[in-house]
Ligand binder design. Structure first.
Ligand code: ACO
Length: 309
């Protein structure tokens, strides 16, 4: 039974009232949001790396310009999200320090390598496709700054998903070698994308409390199912095969049923032991260190302005 402030808080949430930074909130609500929003911000920033890796090798000027814009969008998403986290009384420096020291999590998906150009198609199609399904409901989440940040993020993600699907569709309709490349990328990205939604609801540590607080409006499994049901027909449309021999459409429920998910692999990657975890963190830390002069120059400039005033 909730009492006092906590009860009044829950009643506001239940009535659909949005919580704003100046409102009273339970410390656990604040901490849950800092955790989720900062993990989300880190994911956007680390997520720039696997694709950034292909900007210089995009196969045409148009593909290059599109990929460049997409990767820049991801950087922007990270900045809106750090700003949303800051409204909860944490400092951006502390959040970034938690990422760089390996304490903070970011999405498992960005610890897989981008081996061919088709991987850029697979990421846009599958990873950004999954991100939209997870983020559309977050536009209505109970915390105002987070929900508002998600509106623009989702609009940009839908462009990202389209550009990825377009790459895959073109490769799948190309030469035999191009089609093989597209199929190989789908084979490698499918299961990690399915895992992105997080552990099954029964093992989700924060799921029930975050649902009560309307931070999460759907469970991990529901969103995962939505992604599968949306993506399977898209693969059919472009003539690619989902790498799951157990995949079948249940005519009664209308849902696609999949084979077992390798949760050991998921937990291994989340704990820091995926194919690229070390490389990703090292690249981030190096970029931060090499950018020190920009931060110093900005501070010096701000000081000068202040002294002049
Ligand atoms: N990668 C890494 N860690 C994960 C992942 C994942 N794909 N899924 C779950 N986890 C972690 C959780 O962070 C949590 O760890 P913690 O207690 O140390 O924070 C643990 O596994 C247990 O999971 P849940 O209890 O289910 O966690 P939660 O309720 O936070 O749900 C989810 C996880 C669905 C990812 C949620 O945090 C969320 O919706 N986040 C916002 C979206 C997001 O971060 N997207 C990033 C990828 S999309 C993109 O950047 C393009």
């Amino acid at each position: 039974e909730l009492e006092g402030d906590e009860r009044a808080f829950q009643e506001r949430i239940d009535a659909g009232v949005r919580i704003e930074p100046q409102d009273w909130m339970p410390e656990t609500y604040r901490k849950t949001l800092v955790r989720q929003i900062s993990q989300h911000a880190h994911s956007e920033i680390v997520g720039m790396l696997p694709e950034g890796n292909w900007i210089t090798r995009a196969p045409s000027l148009q593909r290059k310009a599109t990929l460049l814009a997409k990767v820049q969008d991801e950087g922007g998403h990270g900045l809106y999200l750090y700003a949303a986290a800051e409204t909860l009384g944490v400092s951006r420096d502390d959040l970034i320090e938690a990422l760089h020291s390996g304490k903070a999590k970011y999405s498992s998906i960005f610890n897989y390598p981008t081996l061919t150009w088709a991987d850029i198609g697979a990421i846009g199609w599958l990873v950004d496709g999954a991100a939209i399904i997870n983020q559309i409901p977050l536009c209505r989440c109970s915390y105002g700054p987070y929900g508002r940040a998600m509106v623009r993020v989702c609009k940009e993600e839908s462009f990202h998903q389209r550009q990825g699907f377009d790459i895959m569709a073109k490769l799948a309709a190309g030469t035999q070698a191009q089609k093989r490349m597209a199929q190989d990328a789908l084979n490698r990205w499918w299961w990690p994308a399915v895992m992105m939604f997080g552990p099954p609801d029964g093992e989700s540590v924060h799921g029930a409390q975050s649902a009560a607080w309307k931070i999460k409006l759907h469970g991990n499994d529901d969103l995962r199912q939505k992604f599968i049901d949306q993506t399977v027909p898209q693969a059919d449309l472009i003539g690619l095969t989902i790498p799951d021999p157990a995949l079948s459409l249940n005519a009664e429920t209308g849902h696609h049923e999949i084979g077992p998910i390798d949760w050991d692999e998921f937990y291994r990657v989340v704990k820091g032991d995926g194919p690229c975890n070390r490389e990703r963190l090292a690249t981030r830390v190096e970029a931060w260190e090499k950018g020190a002069w920009v931060r110093e120059a900005a501070m010096a400039h701000a000081m000068k302005q202040r002294n002049a005033a």
